[in-house]
Design a protein. Structure first.
Length: 244
């Protein structure tokens, strides 16, 4: 942890990777304003909490400010896109929208790494923390696969589109089956939460909506399982193009 206003501000200014920042709801002052501004610039989540929550970390002199060091090293989306294309590969991304269960996140990361996904894209808010438990559930995959944390998934989709990357959104009521898509071309797949699905505005800017057909009238699969089904189809298509 990074403890105290000055220490957190300095960490932000020097590029130390932070997972999230906890600020006392009553905290005020120039340093607090600077911390909020820098956190926004670096897409670092800020949790506003009561004093009792900060005291629960069992540290003294926190001055209403505590930050947790990142267990995962976050990378810039455009840097990953450029790196992949320069290698002559077709970019493949997994976008997580509203996935809060760290067990699902860990399982999805593990599958993504095993199926050749180049990076996972997450928002700075509304997603489970990529902490030690998530890394453990991923069998260490979260320490190997690049993760891009962004201020807005909408802006991330715009950036993908500018780079010629199509974005497919999973939706139970979609008309097209997931297996109808061409995953050999540059693409990204959006997975939403099991309860709420993909945010409507984000769904609207995606290129195609896809579904996994169901037997027996059951409504949906576990999101980690659904991710595995789609990603293994992407791998099947991509591997079929490789020389034997």
């Amino acid at each position: 942890m990074v403890i105290g206003r000055k220490a957190v501000r300095d960490a932000l200014q020097t590029g130390v990777q932070l997972d999230r920042i906890y600020l006392d709801t009553k905290a005020v002052g120039d340093e607090i304003i600077q911390i909020k501004k820098l956190a926004s610039q670096h897409a670092i989540p800020v949790n506003f909490v009561p004093t009792a929550r900060l005291n629960s970390f069992n540290v003294t002199d926190h001055e209403g400010t505590i930050a947790q060091l990142a267990k995962v090293q976050y990378q810039e989306l455009q840097d990953i896109i450029s790196f992949v294309t320069e290698k002559g590969e077709s970019p493949l991304f997994l976008i997580l929208d509203g996935i809060t269960d760290i067990r699902n996140i860990g399982g999805m990361a593990r599958t993504a790494y095993c199926t050749g996904v180049h990076a996972i894209i997450i928002p700075d808010k509304g997603v489970g923390a990529l902490n030690e438990d998530a890394i453990l559930t991923s069998a260490g995959a979260l320490e190997k696969i690049p993760v891009c944390r962004v201020n807005s998934l909408m802006k991330a989709v715009d950036e993908l589109h500018l780079n010629g990357i199509k974005v497919y959104a999973t939706e139970m009521k979609a008309e097209r089956n997931f297996s109808d898509m061409d995953y050999t071309a540059p693409c990204a797949i959006v997975m939403g939460s099991e309860e709420k699905g993909i945010y409507p505005a984000l769904l609207k800017v995606c290129d195609e909506k896809i579904k996994i057909p169901m037997a027996g009238g059951f409504e949906s699969l576990n999101v980690s399982v659904a991710t595995g089904i789609i990603l293994y189809e992407t791998m099947r298509q991509r591997y079929s193009l490789q020389p034997k």
